[in-house]
Structures are given as structure tokens and as C-alpha cells.
Design a protein. Structure first.
Length: 174
């Protein structure tokens, strides 16, 4: 038995919900880093405290990546590349801040369950593609995501995070 039209609509609706919700989370993160609380200066100080040097450069890099990836996900444009941005920023956060605090987010210092979930959701979305209701579909790019989309999200995102950490992460000795 093949998929029915209503089954395909349900899949596209599910992809839209996943894509937009992940995009909104990243737009909010980027916006908060730039305009919330301590703004870029506060974000830079926090990044410096995590060992990301220079903090101001990484505050802007993370914020622009989060805003850009979030906007692209909401639009469904270049979905695997947007997912790579999510993966990259979350892997850096996972390693620099959350890993040492255990799994649960409610632990002191915040565990890694949240960043892990966002990372894996982005990898999965990269493999699935933006869906029928996306600009990717209208332009006939990255549709469906497939192995290429999954690889772009995982390898570009993870590789970018690894390169950034190797070049710029200098945590204080424990």
C-alpha cells in the first residue's frame, strides 16, 4: 500500500512544525545574545569564561549563526546548511559548557540533554529536508534532504565545531 495524500500532508506538516520550532528557538537564542541581558558584551564575557577567546568574536559568530540558521529554518531555505549551523553552535555549547554537568538540564551548571536534543533534531532534519512546504522545495534544492543533507548537517556542523574548538577554545585548568 502506498502513501495517501493525507499521509504526505501529515509528513509535510510535521516537517514544517519541526523546522519552524527549531528555527524559532535559534532566532530567540541569537536575539537574546545580541539584545537581551548583557547584550553582546555580556555574551562575550560569558564566552571568555568558558575559554572561547576572543570572547567578542565568538559572541558575534554564535549570535549571527543562530539568527541566520533560525531564519533559514523558518523559511525552509538551504535547510541542511541551516541545520549545520545549529549542529555547530550546539556542539560547541555541549563541549564547552554542558558536558561536564551530566545529562539533565536541571543539574547545577545545566546538563547536556537540551543541546543534545537540538543537535540530533538538526541532524535528522538535515536528512529529511525542508519538506513540500519550504522554499527549498519551490527552488528544487536539497529536496528531499537524503544522505547529502544528513551529511551536510552532521559533517559541516560537527567539523565546523571541531575546527572552532581546536583553534579558539582555551579552557582554564581545573
Amino acid at each position: 500500500m502506498g502513501a495517501t495524500v493525507s499521509d504526505l500532508d501529515a509528513v509535510d506538516l510535521a516537517l514544517l512544525v519541526l523546522r519552524v520550532s527549531l528555527g524559532v528557538v535559534f532566532l530567540a537564542h541569537g536575539y537574546n545574545h545580541v539584545f537581551g541581558g548583557g547584550k553582546i558584551a555580556g555574551t562575550a564575557r560569558w564566552f571568555e569564561s568558558l575559554g572561547m577567546r576572543p570572547g567578542r568574536l565568538h559572541a558575534w559568530t554564535a549570535s549571527v549563526t543562530e539568527l541566520g540558521a533560525g531564519a533559514l529554518l523558518v523559511l525552509g531555505l538551504l535547510t541542511p546548511l541551516a541545520c549545520a549551523g545549529v549542529v555547530g553552535t550546539m556542539v560547541v555549547a555541549w563541549i564547552t559548557n554542558h558536558l561536564r554537568n551530566g545529562f539533565f538540564i536541571f543539574r547545577p551548571g545545566e546538563g547536556y540533554e537540551y543541546v543534545m536534543t537540538l543537535t540530533l533534531a538538526a541532524i535528522a532534519l538535515g536528512g529529511l529536508g525542508g519538506g513540500e512546504w519550504s522554499i527549498d522545495n519551490a527552488l528544487d534544492v536539497f529536496q528531499p534532504g537524503g544522505w547529502w543533507g544528513l551529511g551536510i548537517a552532521a559533517v559541516a556542523g560537527g567539523g565546523g565545531a571541531a575546527a572552532l574548538l581546536a583553534l579558539f577554545w582555551r579552557p582554564a585548568p581545573r
